[in-house]
Design a protein around this ligand. Structure first.
Ligand code: FES
Ligand code: FES
Length: 169
């Protein structure tokens, strides 16, 4: 049996095929289709989700490619998808900043981009990572965007991080 949290809901799965990917599970079984399939080979980042797990007593979030991650590896962890970010009808600050900065055109890459940003944001917020441009570019290095380009995305994320730090000061 595989047990994990899907966003904030506990999930128990019996008899999981060893080849079932997290992406196949999300889109085909959980019907959470915000996570996109592009290359299905770990190269484009369209399927990016965030995995939460405890490390030395601290919750650590890490962005991963759902298309090359087996569901069996989720046991004891939290799987966060793009559907989790908006709360009470309000976009997450990163999502709002993407809108304000016109950082999306066709939108196909956007859920994956936002989830990579969310992993970076959480690390910065919890003191496990930086909120600087260098760490941001590293966090986005697996996400391809074919139509908008990256400048708007980078500016959106840096702006959201700046506001987050100002609110905490
Ligand atoms: S669909 Fe391209 S990395 Fe997963
Ligand atoms: S917004 Fe079209 S691929 Fe990024």
């Amino acid at each position: 049996m595989i047990c994990f949290l899907l966003n904030d809901q506990p999930v128990r799965l019996n008899q999981v095929p060893p080849h079932l990917s997290v992406l196949q599970y999300l889109r085909g079984h959980a019907v959470l289709t915000g996570t996109k399939e592009g290359c299905a080979a770990g190269d484009c980042g369209a399927c990016t989700v965030v995995i939460g797990e405890l490390e030395e007593g601290r919750l650590r979030y890490q962005a991963i490619n759902a298309c090359i991650t087996p569901v069996g590896s989720l046991h004891g962890k939290q799987l966060l998808t793009v559907e989790h970010l908006a709360r009470d009808g309000r976009l997450h600050p990163l999502q709002q900043s993407m809108v304000d900065s016109h950082a999306s055109q066709c939108g196909f890459c956007t859920p994956g981009v936002v989830m990579s940003l969310f992993g970076w944001w959480h690390a910065a917020k919890t003191g496990q990572g930086g909120a600087d441009r260098h760490s941001l570019e590293a966090a986005l290095s697996g996400n391809l965007c074919r139509c908008t380009g990256y400048q708007g995305i980078v500016l959106a994320a840096l702006d959201a991080a700046k506001r987050m730090k100002a609110e905490r000061a």
